[in-house]
Ligand binder design. Structure first.
Ligand code: ATP
Length: 463
């Protein structure tokens, strides 16, 4: 890690076209930091100086994790705001960090490094960026943080069962800093919901650091906000409940694991005893579920986000030259307390989303607001490969697909898919829940509904 230490004299900030913090250094030079890159400002105990933690991005490789920078020196406690135009106006804005109050809190902090997520960057990002930031933001307590590195696909679930759930269920406040993709969150949620909770249960607070491939939840919560790879949330006290949905399955549904070489039983719902899986991103069937399932192999994973597009092309342009598969099932939509079946019995794309973005630039549900707990259905019927590519291409243009006449897009309370023996081949009966794949029996079903329980809170960065 390269640390820059700079002595500073009073801070001014130019919030004209782009919000910036400008430091006048004692050598006379100015240092300007884009506000979007600031992780935190921590006053020293005498309140006369401050440490500024910020990130610097690799201009050549915009997908690369940023470098952490730490600057410290004498600051004023206010900044000036200068508006553009001929008449400039200056207003005051206090720069303050809330890290000192976090430092003295009695929250037990755990850090999870999901070594197998994304491009295997979690451990390096922790060492190079997270650790130095924590040392400044939590000068007293960071040494007591518990660090866990994943060893297998079971690690997060096991930790949740053995450590997080028992503590949360006794009312202890936990903070979990999670360096992973969406898979880390789904394991936490399912672990925390695996047993009935006591009345003392306290939802752990999770800080999301996007070290996976798609990082749908992170991008949906942070779209257009800071540019710190989630690091700003480390210095935040603000948190909101994470909306979650439940997918309940018919008796014989099985979780596919190890590149679908093995199948496992799913957990059972405490009340109904049906197999159940919880998610916070999407539940899907049809083209989306198939391409996630087909591309979840070591070989495909090497291609990062490209893997989804590669698998989509294979599904949409079968080698046999035939048109893409028309997925057959009965679909019903829940609104309020009323279920209503869709007329169409053949489909291509059926997806219920709790988030706006399933990739940083793929806006599947443009009406969804961060953590708003609304579930939206996106559906279109069987069509050619070219037409499906056109519709999906619109999703990369800020979610324009939802205005296309071919697409059904609406706010729902639940969706049920019943196979009714219409699909012989099990690969057309695969359901995707936040990246996990469940195969349903020939006459089986899946029902997706909002989950009311408050299981996890997400720490949100303060602006
Ligand atoms: N050390 C490890 N050995 C084997 N599997 C691992 C290890 N660490 C993590 N995993 C598994 O790798 C997968 C990573 O999933 P995760 O969702 O975090 O990343 P991703 O799939 O790249 O991102 P996203 O879901 O955001 O697209 C999970 O199934 C997790 O259990």
């Amino acid at each position: 890690m390269e640390t820059v230490t700079t002595k500073l004299v009073p801070i001014t900030s130019d919030l004209a076209a782009k919000e910036q913090i400008r430091f006048k250094r004692d050598d006379g030079d100015e240092q300007t930091i884009d506000h979007q890159d600031v992780v935190g400002v921590v006053p020293t105990s005498d309140m006369l100086s401050a440490h500024v933690v910020y990130v610097e991005h690799d201009e050549k490789d915009t997908a690369a994790p940023p470098q952490i920078r730490i600057t410290s020196g004498i600051t004023s406690r206010t900044t000036s705001r200068t508006t553009s135009g001929t008449t400039s106006r200056t207003t005051s804005r206090t720069i303050h960090g809330d890290a000192p109050s976090l430092d003295t809190s009695d929250t037990e902090t755990h850090i999870i490094l999901s070594s197998g997520s994304g491009s295997n960057l979690a451990i390096n990002f922790f060492e190079d960026a997270v650790k130095p930031a924590l040392a400044v933001l939590f000068p007293k307590s960071h040494k007591g943080f518990h660090i866990h590195q994943t060893q297998s696909t079971e690690t997060i679930l096991n930790l949740t069962n053995s450590v997080f759930f028992p503590k949360a269920d006794k009312g202890s406040l936990l903070r979990i800093i999670l360096l992973s993709g969406d898979g880390g969150i789904i394991d936490l949620i399912n672990g925390l919901l695996a047993k009935p909770a006591s009345s003392d249960y306290k939802a752990p607070q999770v800080v999301l650091l996007p070290l996976g491939t798609a990082n749908a939840l992170y991008h949906s919560i942070n779209a257009g906000k800071d540019n710190t790879w989630g690091l700003r949330a480390l210095a935040s006290n603000a948190h909101k409940p994470l909306p979650v949905f439940a997918a309940t399955f018919s008796e014989g549904a099985r979780l596919l694991v190890d590149e679908a070489r093995r199948e496992e039983e799913l957990p059972k719902d405490h009340k109904s005893q049906y197999p159940i899986l919880h998610g916070a991103v999407v539940g899907s069937w049809g083209m989306h579920a198939s391409l996630v399932a087909d591309s979840d192999t070591v070989e495909y994973r090497k291609f990062g986000l490209e893997r989804f597009k590669m698998a989509a092309k294979e599904a949409l342009y079968p080698a046999s030259g035939s048109p893409p598969h028309a997925y057959k099932a009965k679909i019903s939509i829940l609104k309020g307390d009323t279920w209503a079946p869709l007329e169409e019995e053949e489909h291509m794309y059926v997806l219920a989303s709790m988030v706006s973005n399933i990739e940083k630039t793929f806006t599947i549900s443009p009406s969804s607001k961060p953590l708003d707990a609304n579930l939206h259905l996106v559906r279109f019927g069987p069509t050619s490969g070219d037409e499906a590519m056109r519709i999906m291409g619109l999703a990369y243009q800020g979610g324009k697909h939802v205005d296309d006449p071919a697409v059904l897009y609406e706010s729902i309370d639940g969706v049920k898919i019943e196979f009714q023996a219409k699909e012989e081949d099990p690969r057309w009966r695969r359901i995707c829940i936040d990246g996990k794949i469940v195969r349903v029996e020939k006459d089986g079903w899946v029902e997706i509904r909002k989950e009311e329980r408050r299981v996890l809170d997400v720490v949100v960065a303060q602006v």
